[in-house]
Design a protein around this ligand. Structure first.
Ligand SMILES: C[S@@+](CC[C@H](N)C(=O)[O-])C[C@H]1O[C@@H](n2cnc3c(N)ncnc32)[C@H](O)[C@@H]1O
Length: 450
């Protein structure tokens, strides 16, 4: 196969990363920026053991699901993979992805409901992590070009809250005008590595975390003053120090440089504190839809003991707490546990408590101590639950487990494990937390078979 000569490919599917999939003979070819139904002229730019990587040269016949990308950075920015696809088609594809994962990985034939989409799928994100680069006086700041460390200079973004884009542009301009050097990852010198921006949608307030290589921020007072003047919605500026040669964004130490320790987000009737490093779902509108579904599935009567495993800042457990007798959250990150306790306090919730530690260590102990657990909610990171956690819930005969997942593959694996150990999986409800990207969140419940 000549790399130079484009070939015509019919795109029939998307892979898990959101790239179009076609075939040349019997070999699959993955082509970013194509959608099923496209006929495309494709140049082969890479070969792997069992597939080829193609570059879109031109669309010969457009799929009915193809649209012009709404964002001007779509072809260069690595943030959104499905910018060329109609929103309704994205939702259909995500439903199919979940069905496929459950069938292929879990051998499960479970009903998957249509994806709960957004009415207005734009400007939904409340957190951005923007790398800084370039040179003093000529800064670039935005997102990495897909698969590279080249920064695409961002001027607008259709998924971030507009106030966050306003702050991002101000940060770039003010640091650029200060003449201070951005971080140079090749030479490991310079000051500013990342600007992490968080927004409260309900209160229209912003938090900025400047991640620096250096212990202090040169010209700190001047930069803080100018940012405050340029963006009145900014209420908190923190510094995180990351002196290491690493791709990991955050270092170990964070301090508030100016303003408040928290911003607050309202989800339903609860108000949650968000600190510079704590986990919080990135789409507040869909978070309410997700948590409402968890509450509906939990169907609490006021007498239950509920575990909230991988609880972050306690958000789900607290959302349900008023309907339960007792809620116990488990989380590894000490700051998140402190935030969870603070969140219980500011919402006047007395029946929730939080244990710091890994679910693997804490759950077997809780099972021995508690005697009875009525419902367990699990919301693990992408790698899913460790077997010891699932095993403990099985041995404790927990009648109902509610599983919130951001990775259909590990959801399928864990549901299959529970199915082999006397549980029946209910309907899976995907929720679109991340429109225009290939990611999908799911919630489902699993009940002990009688
Ligand atoms: C997907 S987040 C869910 C947070 C929360 N349920 C929410 O809706 O905001 C997963 C959380 O699990 C925590 N975590 C990761 N590994 C863990 C483990 N082994 N045991 C307990 N918590 C863990 C992470 O720190 C993170 O806060």
């Amino acid at each position: 196969m000549s790399r130079a000569k484009p070939v015509t490919v019919e795109i029939t599917d998307l892979n898990h990363a959101g790239d179009g999939v076609g075939r040349i003979g019997r070999t699959a070819v993955f082509v970013p920026q194509t959608v099923p139904g496209d006929t495309a002229s494709v140049e082969i730019v890479g070969k792997r053991s069992n597939f080829w990587v193609g570059r879109l040269v031109e669309i010969k016949q457009a799929s009915p699901d193809r649209i012009d990308p709404p964002c001007p950075h779509a072809s260069s920015c690595g943030g959104c993979q499905l910018q060329h696809m109609r929103y309704q088609a994205q939702l259909r594809w995500k439903q199919g992805q979940v069905e496929q994962a459950l069938r292929r990985i879990g051998s499960l034939h479970v009903e998957v409901a249509p994806v709960l989409g957004m009415e207005r799928p734009a400007h939904y994100r409340s957190r951005a992590q923007l790398p800084l680069g370039g040179s003093p006086g000529h800064l670039v700041m935005g997102f990495f070009r897909r698969g590279t460390h080249e920064i695409v200079d961002m001027h607008e973004c259709m998924v971030q809250h507009p106030l966050m884009v306003k702050l991002a542009l101000a940060v770039r301009e003010i640091i650029e005008q200060s003449g201070l050097p951005p971080y140079d990852e090749v030479l490991h010198r310079g000051v500013f590595r990342h600007a992490v921006i968080r927004a409260s949608f309900s209160e229209k307030k912003l938090m900025l975390v400047l991640v620096t290589r250096t212990e202090s921020i040169p010209l700190q007072d001047e930069i803080v003053d100018r940012l405050g003047e340029a963006v009145p919605e900014l209420v908190s500026i923190a510094q995180n120090v990351n002196p290491k040669v690493t791709n990991v964004i955050f270092g170990d130490r964070t301090r508030i440089v100016w303003g408040d320790h928290y911003i607050y987000e309202q989800i339903g009737e609860l108000r949650y504190a968000i600190s510079p490093r704590s986990f919080f779902q990135v789409n507040p509108v869909q978070t309410k839809a997700l948590y409402d579904r968890v509450r509906q599935l939990a169907d609490l009567t006021g007498c239950e003991t509920v575990l909230d495993l991988y609880c972050g800042t306690g958000t789900i457990g607290l959302y349900l707490a008023k309907g339960a007798e007792r809620v116990i959250g488990v989380e590894t990150v000490p700051d998140a546990v402190a935030d969870a306790r603070y969140n219980a306090e500011i919402n006047g919730i007395v029946q929730a408590e939080f244990v710091q530690g890994s679910a693997e260590e804490v759950v077997p102990r809780l099972v021995r101590q508690l005697g009875r657990i009525d419902t367990a909610i699990v919301d693990p990171p992408r790698r899913g639950c460790e077997v010891v956690v699932l095993d403990s819930l099985v041995k404790a005969n927990v009648p109902k487990i509610i599983y919130v997942s951001c990775n259909p593959a590990t959801l399928a694996r864990d549901l299959a494990y529970l199915a082999q150990h006397g549980y029946a999986a209910g309907q899976v409800q995907p929720v679109d937390m991340f429109p225009w990207t290939s990611h999908v969140e799911c919630v489902t419940w699993i009940q002990k078979k009688k």
